[in-house]
Design a protein around this ligand. Structure first.
Ligand SMILES: [Zn+2]
Length: 153
């Protein structure tokens, strides 16, 4: 069948997220989420009540704030990188309540690739990023063959 071909980018690069800011007087916190902002805010509210020790939640508790107001400052697929940049730029600001820089999309992907997993054919534990090569060299199958179960073992 000849039809229109639609190119689809890898799923993880397509996910939209929101970067938000929470202000407490002059202080502020930057976060990001894939959830609806209200749901994320409710999670923070629960964390405040549950005695979370983070700088942000402690500051909220000290100010008797138990309902967080998350203000959207960015919405799109680059949300992790935007969040990362904003936090990085604010880390030396004494009003910033973030404790550390979050990982950028690239760093998260790299960390995931450096994770190890057992080979499905020989149980040898190897880094995920080397799996395709291992399958090809050691078992003469491609990742695609393995996952589509076309391989007869
Ligand atoms: Zn193997």
């Amino acid at each position: 069948m000849i039809g229109k071909i639609t190119l689809v980018a890898p799923k993880e690069t397509c996910i939209e997220g929101v970067v938000y800011k929470v202000k407490i007087g002059n202080k502020f916190y930057i976060g990001s989420t894939k959830m609806k902002l209200k749901i994320r805010a409710n999670k923070h509210n629960a964390q405040i009540k549950n005695g979370s020790k983070s700088k942000f939640h402690t500051e909220l508790r000290n100010n008797n704030i138990f309902k967080v107001d998350c203000q959207e400052i960015y919405r799109g697929t680059e949300y992790l990188d935007i969040e990362n940049k904003l936090i990085y730029e604010s880390l030396n600001d004494k009003n910033c309540l973030n404790m550390k820089v979050v990982r950028s999309t690239k760093e998260r992907k790299r960390a995931l690739n450096n994770k190890k997993a057992p080979c499905k054919l020989c149980d040898k534990v190897i880094m995920k990023k080397n799996m395709a090569r291992h399958l090809r060299h050691m078992h003469n199958v491609s990742n695609f063959d393995l996952f589509s179960k076309k391989v007869i073992i």
